[in-house]
Structure formats: C-alpha cells, structure tokens
Design a protein around this ligand. Structure first.
Ligand SMILES: [Fe+2]
Length: 459
C-alpha cells in the first residue's frame, strides 16, 4: 500500500504538519541552541564526572531546610507547581547585595546543556555583583543556593530585604538591588497568584514584600471563608493565622520574653499610638476580610453568659510565651483563645490582682492556670498574667477593648462597626462581666467565680 500523503496546512505563512494521531498541528521543537551548547561544552562528560565525587558533594551539600516537608496549606502556583522555591530561600537571597562574597561549587552543571555554559561563565564570580554581571539572575541564585552550588563566605548581607517603601531615590540602589526588587515582586505575584500592582507597597507601610504577599493571601482565604456564609471554624482561624505574616513588634516591652527584643504580634482594630492619635491600625484597613472573619468567629460563639461582651481591638500573637505582665490600658475584660499544634502554653492569671502587689511578689497559690486551646477564656487583662512555655506552633487571639474607646472619632467608630467590632457605649460599665479584683492584701482562700470565666471551646 502506498504511504499516506502527509497532511500539511499553512499557518501564519508557515507550513505546519498535522499529526495523524491528534489531528492537530504537530509541535515543532526548535533546537534553541542545544546542539551548539553541546559543541561548546567546556569539558567532556568524563572530566565533569571526576568533579562529582563524594568529597565535593559533602563540601557542597544542600541546605538542611530544603529537606523539611512543606506546610500542608502552602501555596505553590508557579508554573504548575514547578520551580517554586522555599520562603527561606527567598528570605536569604533577597538580603544579598552587590558586595556579598560568594563561592560557586566547581563545575556543578553537566556539559552538553546551555545551563552548563552559563554556569561555567558566572561561577567564576566571587561576589553577587560579579555574578549578575556575568549573566546569573536572582532566580538562578535561588536554584543554585537550594542545590548547594553557592556559598556565602562574607561581605555585606542585609539584616532585612531591601524595603521599597523606604527608598527615597533609585540612585541609592545598585544593579543587584534593582534586579532583586524587579524580580522578587514578579516572582511573588506568580507564586501567590497576585497582581503585581497589589504587591506594590505604599510609602511607610512597614511591611516587607514577602509580608505583603502572605497577608494578601491570608486576606483572600478569609474572604473565601466569609463568602461561604457558614459558621467560622477554629480550623479556619488557624489556617488564616498560619498564612498571615506577623510583624516584628518591638514595642510590647511588657510581654517580651527574657533575651528577646521583639515578638511576632499585630493589633487589628482600634489603637492609640504614642502620639495620642486614636485610629484603626493599618493592617486592619488593608486586610479587612481577616478582621471581619475574626470578629464573626467570636460573634458566633459568644457564650450567653457574656453576650454583652464588647471589643474594639484584636491582638494576634505568634509563637511567644508572654512573660508575667499587666496590660496597661484595657477597658473591661478580654476574651482569649489559642490555636495551632502545640503542647503547654497555658495561660496563668491572678484574677484578684489589683496592682497593689508587685508582679514578682504575687502569691503563687492564687494563680489560676487555664488551657486556652480547649477553652474560650474571659479574663481581666489588667490583672497579672503570663503564658507557660510551650512546644510547637502557637497562635493566640485576644479580643479586648481599648481604654481610649470613649474618644473614638465618629468615622473610626463607623469603620470598626462595619468590620464587626462591637463597640461599647461611652457610659459602659467596665466590671459588668467580671467583678472588680479585690487584691491579695488579705489571704484569698477561694477564687470567686466572677473574676475569671472559662467556656469550653466550640470548634
Ligand atoms: Fe496581656
């Protein structure tokens, strides 16, 4: 039988062969320089193999963290899930500068490919500035770092990634700074399926690009949960808090565990700043669905015995055990619950503390310790309290009312109400839900039930 004539059509003035099997135009794989790369290889396969010995492999091992399992709810959308690097890798690479001193693993990439040719060229670099000039790009730095091909041996590395919102003029930026910033914003947009324009930071936002990306994803998750119009579960709250990027808060000196100069903590809702301005905090207005979801979560499980509870603000805390302290300016009681996979981390409270005894002199017999993972707890934040040590990932969410609430400007109050905060009236009574502490002047033999209330958590 005579062979079948090939079906050929003209597409965009080019002749394209039609596949017999699929009936669609055959994809023509262009060489794109692969053959030339083979010819130009800087060494033979045999010579290259001599460099791939156990001694070299040990000296140039991959960083430990790349072997850790990825978080179950992490998002990897980049190019169908391929090529997404670890957050830790981005945190490392985005802090490099033109003067960061590096060494490349000799002959890490096998001959015959274009990446071998590129690698042989840029692996001569001794600084990141030279590496960029020799044709390597930030995305190559991520790949090479995760594969153990680059080592940082000295020079300048930033403490924090360069913050666009703090740059006055591009003149202060090196070619490396510019390459990292241009690439990183596009990389995060792809990785988290966000718009580049959404990732642009407003001046003074006090967020890194990575934080902004995480918070936008947290907000998107919170919105999706709210859109389902169902009960908000503890898992929903945990999921959003795991995605949220916490600010390094250096201002909460009273809770800071010993030896630390910052804690991961954010406040949503009303706050009075050091200048006396009473306002809604920036992350509240920038990520409204997070605040709305957290408010709805509490509204849906307010115990009937505390149905009149009011709050203007929410404190979010991540992975620190607050040392013994008293909150300075709370009005009325706070509701607290903890989330995450952890052991320990109970809350200890001195519910009759009236501030007349020094923090370190408080009687230990009067301490009440409650499991705030399994209970929603109403306590007076102005009485002494502390968190027990814990292991694992622990978040706590504290709903409280700012002492400055009677001075809340009207538009601020409107914004808070729209987000689901329950504002007290100007004449609200602060000891309506929990009795006024009586102090430890006379020995307290029993704890009054009216100073600390524990409600089993409803998942
Ligand atoms: Fe506190």
């Amino acid at each position: 039988m005579a062979p079948k004539a090939k079906r050929v059509i003209k597409l965009h003035r080019k002749k394209v062969e039609i596949s017999e099997r699929t009936g669609k135009p055959k994809r023509i794989r262009h060489d794109r320089g692969a053959e030339a790369a083979k010819r130009q290889a800087k060494m033979t396969k045999e010579e290259w193999k001599r460099w791939q010995n156990p001694r070299v492999a040990k000296e140039w091992s991959r960083p430990e963290y790349v072997f850790e399992p990825r978080a179950a709810n992490a998002i990897y959308v980049r190019d169908g899930g391929e090529g997404a690097y670890r957050d830790k890798t981005y945190e490392i690479v985005t802090r490099w500068t033109a003067q960061t001193q590096i060494r490349y693993r000799p002959h890490a990439k096998s001959p015959g490919s274009k990446s071998h040719l590129r690698y042989e060229r840029y692996a001569k670099a001794k600084t990141i500035g030279q590496s960029l000039a020799l044709g390597s790009k930030p995305i190559d730095w991520c790949y090479d770092f995760e594969h153990g091909f680059i080592k940082v041996v000295g020079g300048k590395v930033r403490d924090e990634p360069i913050d666009r919102s703090k740059i006055e003029s591009d003149d202060e930026l090196t070619a490396v700074d510019q390459a990292i910033m241009r690439w990183f914003i596009r990389e995060l947009a792809k990785r988290y399926n966000l718009k580049v324009s959404d990732l642009r930071l407003e001046h003074g936002a006090s967020e890194s690009l990575m934080m902004r990306a995480h918070r936008l994803v947290a907000n998107r998750r919170a919105k999706a949960i709210l859109d389902k119009k169902r009960r908000i579960s503890d898992d929903d709250v945990e999921n959003v808090l795991q995605t949220w990027a916490f600010a390094r808060n250096m201002g909460r000196l009273n809770v800071m565990p010993e030896g630390q100069d910052w804690v991961k903590s954010d406040t949503l809702g009303l706050l009075r700043d050091r200048m006396g301005s009473i306002h809604v905090t920036k992350p509240t207005s920038a990520y409204v669905s997070v605040a709305k979801m957290l408010n709805k979560w509490l509204q849906q499980r307010l115990p009937s015995a505390a149905a009149s509870f009011k709050w203007t603000s929410i404190n979010l805390n991540c992975n620190y055990a607050a040392r013994r302290h008293r909150d300075a300016n709370n009005f009325g009681p706070s509701f607290i619950q903890a989330f995450g996979s952890f052991t320990g981390g109970e809350l200890s409270v001195w519910p009759e503390d009236d501030k007349s005894t020094g923090l370190s002199a408080l009687p230990s017999y009067a301490k009440q310790t409650v499991d705030i993972k399994r209970n929603l707890v109403l306590f007076n934040g102005n009485t002494a309290h502390e968190v027990k040590p814990f292991k694992g990932e622990r978040f706590s969410v504290v709903y409280f009312c700012c002492g400055c609430h009677p001075q809340t400007p009207r538009p601020v109050a409107k914004e808070l109400k729209d987000l689901g905060f329950q504002l007290p009236s100007a004449t609200e009574e602060r000891h309506k839900l929990l009795s006024k502490p009586e102090g430890y002047g006379k020995k307290v033999t029993r704890v009054r039930k009216t100073v600390l209330k524990v409600f089993p958590a409803k998942k």
